[in-house]
Design a protein around this ligand. Structure first.
Ligand SMILES: Cc1ncc(COP(=O)(O)O)c(C=O)c1O
Length: 372
């Protein structure tokens, strides 16, 4: 994979690219809270009040009241018994794995799961079996065999299923409700909900709310760097698991938590998303506008409430022509390569609540021109 050129941000929905100001449909700041005056003010206040970093593990001298406050805000927003703030979203999954590994004997993972889940899977130290992408039937086929019966006698033994909630590559959503139906009773589902937290579900609680499943048996990991506009990671779970992670995860014990001003900013972001219902409503309307306009021209675009529109083109010539059309319509050509995505790259457009109708219209025109 090549390292892309640095981008020059102009404001929350525009970038400068090759001397031109272009609409920016990328990044995962779904509500542009990273640009919200209250979130930015909280970052500045946090810096002045607390300094930049605790420069220590939370288990030594680095615990701070702002971490406790963000955990309180998260438990309220997601209606969950406990939350644990960690350094970033990537580490959340490995921290869960390190806490659970003594009692986990079988791990299933969606073949297209995020790299952080694949990394975390290795931490369990037991067989890791991939299952076909979003396929509950394949999950059923890959459940543990005879050994299960012996192990299940000990109620603290588990198998774990690992999946993204909303997949970043094309915005498809994991069928959590169907997984819960086919899994044995003491199986646990670890959902990396980095993209869905704050975005999916009636109140933004993510994939669990979207698919109508209860929290029992589900561990939800999130990032504060996408919908909430700041930085840091968190695990949403039962109190007992939170305690286990604190006690047993070397990654939690041996790393510095997220920077204080950014955690303070995250608290503001969580508050805004909790209060201002118009943000999610606008995001939903923008997504519907773009997806319904593009659907007749690009039937492969995933029909889901996810604010992600992906186009995989057959040839590099087609991709180059699309790049040209996008720039002609003042849209930044977000052609990306990402682990797990199509190896030759693809266009991924991320819709935000803050794009104007004119910007959305430009995107639609650029992607429909020259198509049947
Ligand atoms: C599905 C998923 N999980 C985890 C992460 C990592 O989150 P963070 O950037 O907070 O480390 C990302 C980041 O893009 C992601 O897409």
């Amino acid at each position: 994979m090549r390292e892309p050129e640095p981008l020059q941000q102009v404001d929350r929905t525009y970038v400068r690219y090759k001397g031109k100001k272009l609409s920016y449909f990328a990044g995962c700041d779904y509500f542009r809270l990273a640009w919200h005056p209250q979130v930015q003010r909280a970052a500045i206040d946090g810096l002045k009040k607390y300094g930049l970093s605790v420069s220590a593990s939370r288990l030594t001298t680095g615990n701070h009241k702002v971490f406790v406050e963000v955990e309180k805000a998260l438990t309220k927003f997601f209606d969950v018994p406990a939350a644990l703030l960690v350094s970033n979203g990537y580490n959340t999954n490995a921290i869960v794995a390190q806490a659970l590994r003594e009692n986990v004997f079988h791990v299933l993972i969606d073949e297209k799961a995020h790299v952080s889940l694949h990394d975390a899977a290795r931490q369990f130290g037991c067989p890791v079996i991939p299952f076909a992408h979003r396929n509950p039937e394949d999950v059923k086929r890959k459940l543990p065999g005879k050994t299960w019966k012996k192990l299940i006698r000990n109620p603290s033994n588990h198998m774990v299923l690992l999946t993204d909630g909303m997949f970043a590559h094309d915005g498809v959503i994991a069928p959590l409700d169907q997984y819960i139906k086919v899994l044995p009773k003491n199986a646990v589902v670890l959902v990396d909900d980095a993209h869905a937290a704050g975005v999916l579900g009636r109140t933004g609680k993510g994939t669990l709310e979207q698919t109508g499943v209860a929290r029992t048996r589900i561990i939800q990991t999130i990032t504060l760097s996408k919908a909430f506009g700041a930085y840091g990671g968190a695990i949403l779970c039962e109190r007992a698991l939170r305690e286990k992670m604190v006690q047993k995860s070397p990654m939690f014990a041996g790393s510095t938590p997220a920077p204080l001003p950014l955690v303070n900013a995250a608290i503001a972001g969580i508050g805004i998303l909790g209060r201002d219902k118009s943000l999610r409503r606008r995001l939903c309307q923008n997504v519907q506008f773009v997806k319904s306009a593009l659907a007749p021209h690009h039937p492969t675009i995933v029909d889901s409430p996810a604010p992600i529109v992906t186009l995989v083109l057959a040839s590099s010539e087609q991709a180059a022509a699309t790049c040209k059309r996008l720039i002609a319509h003042n849209v930044f050509p977000s052609f990306i390569q990402y682990p797990g995505g199509p190896p030759n790259g693809y266009f991924r457009f991320v819709i935000s609540s803050e794009h104007t109708r004119d910007q959305l219209f430009d995107l639609v025109c650029a992607l429909c021109e020259g198509e049947s």
